[in-house]
Design a protein around this ligand. Sequence first.
Ligand code: ZN
Ligand code: ZN
Length: 431
Amino acid sequence: MSAVVTDVSRPCPRCGATLWSDPRFTSWCGECDWNVDPLAPEETSGRTAGHALTAGARRGDDSSPGPRHDEGSAHTLSRLSLITAYAVAMAVHGVTVVLAASAVWCVVRGWGGLGAPLGVVLMFLAWTVRPRLGRPPRDGQVIVRDGAPVLYGLVDEVAEVAGTRGVDVIVVDTDFNAGVQTCGVRGRRVLTLGLPLWEVLGPQERIALLGHELGHYGNGDTRRGILLGTALRSLHHWRYFLAPTPDPAPVEMLVNLLYLGPRVLVRGVLLLLDRLTANAGRHAEYEADVFASRAGSTEAAVRLMDRILLDEPVSTIVRREAQRLERELRRPGRKKETGQDASRLWEILADEVRAVPEHEYERRRRVSAARKHRADDSHPPTHLRRRRLLSGDPLTAAVVADDAREERVSRELADARRLLAAEIIRDGYAD
Ligand SMILES: [Zn+2]
Ligand SMILES: [Zn+2]
């Protein structure tokens, strides 16, 4: 591992201050933000010139629910939006009910033999767009409670802090992410932990992450998600059903034309639901962050935000090291202990992330502030979540990590770590 290098011989071309540089990361100026975001997307690259960056960041703050002032009216508005969203969701399911009822009616009336086929078509359509409950993720390794009592125990302990119960299933996958969802009629809770994220977190940061995820249950966020989630799934099936046929024959052209109206309507309703729930979604993320603080401490929650900013370098490291390990493990004369060796991928990743210098975190925070998040983004920008955490009184951890427990959790995850690393090494890593 190469040491951090402050390249004093290279001053900032814009203001002359000493650049923050490290050969593994972008050189940039902490004084004037020169080169802070060399990969800026088109729409922001113009704005990052000069000192517009800080102005842009300020604009971002004003439009976000981050700051605490004006919270009352923002809250009322987001409640109103949510109620409207529920009404829209009910209307979507109402259409399904009407379709099913019409189908029965057609069959009963008969209409000289025409009713039955029409009824079948309508029933088929109603079945296609019926409310569907979420399904557990298909990828990843399922960790059952019997095989991981310590990890489940940790989740239970964090859940208690969030005022909720633990989860029924834990799935470990290869995303730089984590999440909870409620599946099936029995409302089974599934917690998904992405190893690329989990492996780069410190023990207390992992507790903060669990606190955030279970916090979504604690604030009722996932419960209200069922009505909206089923409506969104129905709408996506409508959209699929109404999609225009490519290279249409004359008859299909007519159908495409006939579907144009409903197609625009479905797209409009999807967009409307998205807009109506975006605010509530962002609000729920901030609330879940409070549980992250409570469970793992504010300090750990803030550190978790920093790690989340590393999604792009983590992908790069995983991809690069997987390729390197693939070449190494393929070398002739090697014993077939691929599994054991594959797990090294996670250790290398954690080592590299531990060596990320503080100025790279600072750069990423500034980039997060400068790139204006899209209006449809359901997650608040990470730098605002971080700032919000820091704006309150710092909380101490309700659940404290200890080495013995850490060790046992990592032993419980050993099989999944090995299998998922081997999978990445074999198939490559796409994020
Ligand atoms: Zn400068
Ligand atoms: Zn969340």
